[in-house]
Design a protein around this ligand. Structure first.
Ligand SMILES: [Zn+2]
Length: 296
């Protein structure tokens, strides 16, 4: 336990004297994207951590006893909700720590197809519009946790929300040049429904949610048909899953592989998307470039 705490303090950087050096309240989030958004609101006042590591498959994550102890020691737990952390419900009920669902107030988009029909799509953070709601919820949660610094959280949240808005504005401007028929975002997981809605894109995907992740021949065939019918120049897959099924689409259609999108996790700090803003920029650039491919 102490060793773990010391190791974590070490990871957080700097202090070599162990956790006693850092008596800031600890905010534990379920995944790296949420941790980064929360850290931007927290500034220097709080220690924000992610339970899952960069690159983790978050839909089917299985918490360890160490994770439960870590949660019990936190001062506040933030999770996404909308069914993302199915593994989290029992987990959070087993510890006596305040808990805030950051997607509260988001207008959910339902998943269409298969066993998930009618359930909300959990990937609401991929919408810059929703990100503003996440930020507001986090500001409120931090103000309650640490009222002395409430003004700072509000100011941090406002500044950060305008950075997110700027990335969103750039995305819309870039996509402006893409012809109407090619404004279709083709991905492995159906993780981009909110972004597609915000950006005025149609979407097609091989499987609805990673929890299932079944690239059946029928599903691949349906995507191939769509890509052929609309002459979609590029298709994509996400960093936390195998892109092999999408490579079959590429081989069958002549569409280009547009690159690896990030959605369920940030990269390591030295990777392409160490922050949420990097993630949005990276995906926006790839999507805009890919959909303006040679046939456009
Ligand atoms: Zn996902």
């Amino acid at each position: 336990m102490l060793a773990l705490a010391a190791a974590l303090a070490g990871c957080a950087g700097g202090a070599t004297d162990g956790p006693a050096e850092d008596d800031r309240p600890v905010v534990l989030t379920t995944f790296t994207v949420l941790a980064d958004i929360a850290q931007n609101v927290a500034g220097e006042h709080l220690r924000v951590e992610s339970l899952t590591k960069a690159g983790a498959e978050i839909h089917g994550y299985e918490p360890t006893p160490g994770d439960v102890r870590r949660a019990a020691d936190a001062d506040l737990i933030l999770d996404n909700g909308l069914g993302l952390e199915a593994w989290f419900v029992q987990f959070v009920e087993s510890v006596d720590v305040p808990h805030v669902v950051v997607s509260g107030g988001v207008d959910p988009i339902d998943i269409s197809g298969d066993a998930y029909e009618g359930l909300p799509n959990p990937h609401a953070w991929m919408s810059p519009v929703n990100a503003a709601i996440y930020i507001d919820n986090i500001v409120a949660a931090f103000a309650e946790l640490d009222p002395d610094n409430a003004d700072d959280y509000a100011a941090n949240g406002e500044a950060y929300a305008s950075e997110v808005q700027a990335v969103y504005d750039d995305l819309l401007a870039e996509l402006d040049a893409v012809p109407e028929a090619q404004r279709v975002l083709v991905t492995c997981e159906g993780a981009f429904s909110y972004l597609a809605r915000d950006a005025g894109l149609d979407e097609a995907y091989i499987w609805p949610v990673n929890a299932e992740q079944q690239a059946t021949p029928q599903r691949i065939a349906a995507v191939i048909e769509r890509v052929d019918a609309d002459g979609i120049p590029s298709v994509f897959c996400e960093s936390t899953v195998s892109d092999r099924p999408m490579q079959q689409v590429v081989e069958a259609t002549g569409a280009a592989f547009g690159g690896t999108l990030y959605v369920d996790s940030l990269s390591e700090p030295d990777g392409p998307v160490p922050t949420y803003l990097d993630l949005l920029r990276h995906d926006a650039d790839l999507i805009a470039a890919g959909l303006q491919g040679e046939s456009g």
